[in-house]
Design a protein around this ligand. Structure first.
Ligand SMILES: Nc1ncnc2c1ncn2[C@@H]1O[C@H](COP(=O)(O)OP(=O)(O)O)[C@@H](O)[C@H]1O
Ligand SMILES: [Mg+2]
Length: 332
């Protein structure tokens, strides 16, 4: 079979922690993404989502130790030098982050910032770069694009700024867009508009999308497949609809039970997962979720569960997976 667009194998990211210890931010993560497909990565804060996104592009902090393999368009990205990585970043992989204000330079017009990308990466003239930038603002549904290019970031609302960043990430027509919590800083109605825009752009441009969020509902809305991370490891993966209705991992079920829902019966309490995620410098032996798990068995104390494929639709890293059918989020 042909190699997928993106193939991450056994990605490990760690930091030195006090007294010769090591903090394992990501501990052996593997996943693949085909051209034009969507994959969502979901997990609580600190589960290693952003470190994963950054490491794909060699943007991790200098203190991070990175191991494993990230193959993209048939080429290994880990260990590439800056020059080679710059050919990939922006060109073949676009990146959108959470905070649209800090990603823009307040002193430069939007046009100057967008055009610079095309001048640098594609060697376009400034006039051609501005024309392309206007077309891309149009594509992200910003009206009156030519005039907007002359404006500064503070003249845009938060949602508009995020549209500008999405447009900027797409200027060089990448094959993959990595979006790390792109709507988390936005209010709910604006968030919905941005999610819809991402879906439309993906279809129009044939983009593959790696979409990262702490919010399972948001991820499931945008993505065909979802990977759930806990303490730096994948604990469950599968089609979005399956994870929402028939989770196999007790952590996925816990995430479902703890989310606020508009369609929940009145008065139904939220059930947060008890406890906290572990300190990555002091991961427990065995399953990292065991201290918070209501269905743990003795093996969970000593053996790290591997992500086993239960069928071709997905996998689960659990010694006591919830049965597929008829087990809702209520069990944990
Ligand atoms: N520079 C760093 N030094 C030490 N630990 C770090 C550093 N950057 C991130 N981490 C740790 O890596 C883990 C994963 O972080 P991150 O990927 O940002 O989580 P998420 O995006 O899922 O919220 C966290 O425990 C965080 O504290
Ligand atoms: Mg993050």
């Amino acid at each position: 079979m042909a190699e997928p667009l993106l193939q991450v194998r056994d990605l490990r990211i760690s930091f030195a922690a006090g007294q010769g210890g090591e903090a394992h931010a990501v501990g052996g993560l593997s996943f693949g993404l085909e051209a034009g497909q969507t994959l969502g990565i979901v997990g609580e804060s600190g589960s290693g989502k952003s470190q994963t996104a950054l490491a794909l592009l060699g943007l991790q902090s200098r203190a991070a130790r990175v191991g494993g393999s990230v193959r993209f368009e048939g080429r290994e990205l880990l260990g590439l030098d800056e020059r080679a990585l710059n050919q990939v970043r922006g060109n073949r992989i676009g990146l959108v982050f959470q905070d649209p204000m800090t990603s823009l330079n307040p002193y430069l017009s939007i046009g100057a910032q967008m055009a610079e990308v095309l001048v640098q990466h594609r060697g376009l003239s400034r006039a051609a770069a501005l024309a392309d930038s206007a077309r891309m603002l149009d594509a992200v549904r910003i009206a009156d694009a030519a005039a907007r290019l002359r404006q500064y970031p503070h003249e845009f609302s938060g949602g508009m700024r995020q549209r500008v960043l999405i447009a900027t990430a797409l200027l060089c027509h990448p094959a993959l867009l990595v979006a790390d919590e792109p709507t988390t800083a936005l209010d709910v109605t604006v968030q919905a508009e941005i999610l819809e825009l991402l879906q439309q752009l993906r279809q129009e441009l044939g983009l593959a999308l790696l979409f990262i969020s702490h919010d399972l509902d948001v991820v499931a809305e945008v993505c065909e497949r979802v990977l759930v991370m806990y303490a730096g490891r994948a604990v469950e993966s599968g089609p979005a609809a399956q994870l929402l209705t028939a989770p196999r991992h007790p952590y996925t079920a816990g995430l479902l039970a703890s989310r606020p829902r508009l369609d929940a019966p009145a008065g139904e309490p939220l059930r947060p997962i008890p406890g906290h995620p572990p300190d990555p410098a002091r991961l427990p032996a065995g399953c990292a979720f065991r201290p918070r798990c209501a269905v743990a068995v003795p093996a969970c104390e000593t053996l790290v569960p591997e992500l086993r494929a239960l069928d071709e639709s997905g996998g689960c890293a659990c010694h006591a997976p919830l049965r597929d059918q008829g087990v809702g989020p209520g069990v944990v």
